[in-house]
Design a protein around this ligand. Sequence first.
Ligand code: MG
Ligand code: MG
Length: 264
Amino acid sequence: MLRMDRIVIKSRREMDLMRAAGRVVVSVLDALGEIIQPGLPTAELDRRADELIRAAGGVALFRGVRNPQAKVPFPACVCVSVNEEVVHGIPGKRVLAEGDIVSVDCGVRLKGYCGDAARTYAVGRIDRESQRLLDVTRAALDIAVEQTRPGRVWSEVARLMQRCVEEAGFGVVREFVGHGIGQQMHEEPKVPNYYDRSQRGADFDLRPGTTIAVEPMVTAGKPDVVLADAVGWTVVSRDGSRAAHFEHTLAVTEHGVEVLTDGN
Ligand code: MG
Ligand code: MG
């Protein structure tokens, strides 16, 4: 049985409002891409993102988020995860170094609707394996954009994303997945980047008006992750391998799919 009961179907107007929020997210990610370089403290990324989101009249979605494993609400407006950090890194005093890779995840609510996207950036020159990790993770997200269409079930798309990653010799993180999105950052359904028997009861139809944040998280080694910091936020790969994270907010339409975080 497909779980459709709790998925909130959006109208054209609501998708357009989500696209407006997505535009703010893209402006932040573009601006941060311009300033990322060796020597930059990660706190500076948060400061700049905060400034841009406020100026646009938006609200940063991540600040204040609670999680049962964390001792404090998330203290920043973007997640900044460096090298072996997979997601939910807290920006701070760490200084970016030549050859690092840095993932920035940004969510914004504007006029009551949310947009959510992430990118992994190279800091200066990176090694070939890190570049391949970025390319493959982005390719997995591109597959989701190409393959999402009305009339399909999500598992068909997830399988293709997983194959892309695993054929490259990389790992698909299981513990963290994408999500429905709309008036809330996290809505039903869960949107995994893999498919196995454990997911059988959780598949869902891609119906027009379904809006989802698709976010492959990929490790260069094994896919297992652990919590790293003392406050219970930063997720790292268990084997210390580097990780990449790309995300778009997508809307299924009558005709196919729209990327609500493409900046248009
Ligand atoms: Mg995100
Ligand atoms: Mg997300």
